[in-house]
Design a protein around this ligand. Structure first.
Ligand code: GTA
Length: 329
């Protein structure tokens, strides 16, 4: 069991991508940009930082707002985990500079070869004001949303103000990320596309993060789900777990499978993350386990239409303003 875990945890980038390519060439995903080399670009030379939206020494990341060729942009820089399978090369190929020595204790600065010292970088450009707010560190407030609140406050707001889901449609139509698809069930009613979330660099299974996006386009969120969607949810749960076991050797007992409420993007999708990895948004105030969602709908077909739901909103989220205006906070 421990050996299996260690093997799964230390799957290298090359092996992971080879596995992706192997599955792709088996024709499982219906074509795409197989084997296409990632482009190397230097667009960030022109990035001018306006301000730091947030940063974390513990998570080793920084969220920046700035300008990229006169357009608003958000850039996220994040140091990636150290992989066990690169240690030998890290020790043999690096230089060590002594910082201090005291008795049996010493500290060094290790200068690793560039390819072992990458920074995962996410660029949102052009970024809207809503993106800037999303990444800005802010206080959160827990909101209590009744069925009536959803109809009178939340639904009208998300119909007008939510993030574009063009990136989701691009994935479903194979206009983007087609070479990253891990599994697809093309059925228009119960089908979905499973692929790595863009927060995961796919270099180690330790922080595995995939999303399953439904082919159905009219389910905005948990609130729209009824028992009529049970076959869809059960299909995503079952086939998603099987695909992850096959591709990453990770059993269902190692997975946290959930939906967000509120999500950022109102096209139904399910998060698959590795248990033990504290993915952003996996807390009880926002994540709803898919297994619970299925059971709740089995016992009450209108569970999510009628229940009061609780979720956190950031201080300057427009939706929070609407709850305040309505005297609900
Ligand atoms: N494959 O183009 C995409 C894409 N986009 C635009 C979003 N996602 C994408 N995946 C692919 N391609 O998990 C992913 C997101 C997210 C999911 C949408 O789709 O990464 P959601 O609708 O429930 O929205 O899920 P959520 O969870 O609020 O969005 P997100 O972006 O995860 O933000 C939550 C918090 O996570 C942020 O406030 C921030 O603190 C943190 N965060 C966001 N992005 C990063 C990042 N790149 N690195 C580190 N932390 C991040």
């Amino acid at each position: 069991d421990t050996t299996t875990k260690r093997e799964a945890d230390s799957v290298g980038a090359d092996e992971l991508s080879q596995r992706v390519k192997r599955t792709k060439s088996d024709g499982e995903n219906g074509g795409g940009e197989v084997g296409k080399e990632p482009e190397s670009q230097s667009i960030l030379c022109d990035f001018k930082t306006t301000n730091v939206l947030s940063d974390s020494a513990r998570e080793k990341n920084i969220f920046l707002r700035g300008k990229l060729a006169d357009q608003e942009a958000v850039v996220i820089l994040e140091k990636t985990p150290i992989r066990e399978d690169t240690l030998a090369e890290l020790f043999s190929g690096s230089t060590l500079r002594l910082e201090m020595r005291n008795d049996i204790y010493s500290t060094y600065r290790l200068q690793a070869p560039p390819h072992l010292n990458e920074i995962k970088t996410t660029v949102v450009c052009p970024a809207t004001e809503k993106h800037v707010k999303k990444y800005q560190r802010q206080e959160s407030f827990l909101v209590e949303e009744t069925e009536e609140d959803y109809q009178s406050i939340t639904r009208p707001y998300i119909e007008k103000q939510s993030f574009s889901v063009k990136w989701v449609h691009n994935i479903l139509e194979k206009k983007a990320e087609a070479d990253r698809i891990v599994y697809e069930d093309p059925d228009p009613k119960v089908g979905f596309v499973l692929l790595p979330d863009f927060k995961w660099d796919q270099k180690q299974v330790d922080d595995l993060y995939l999303i399953a996006i439904t082919h159905l386009r009219d389910i905005r969120s948990l609130r729209d789900l009824t028992s009529e969607h049970l076959p869809l949810l059960q299909n995503i749960f079952q086939k998603g777990k099987e695909a992850i076991l096959q591709r990453y050797d990770l059993p269902a007992s190692k997975l946290r499978v959930y939906l967000h409420y509120q999500p950022s993007y109102y096209h139904l999708h399910v998060h698959f993350t590795k248990l033990g990895y504290e993915a952003p948004g996996c807390g009880v105030e926002r994540a709803h386990l898919l297994a619970d969602v299925i059971q709740n709908l089995q016992s009450d077909p209108k569970y999510y239409k009628t229940r009061t739901l609780y979720f956190p909103l950031r201080a300057d989220d427009g939706l929070l303003g609407k709850f305040k205006e309505a005297g609900r906070l």
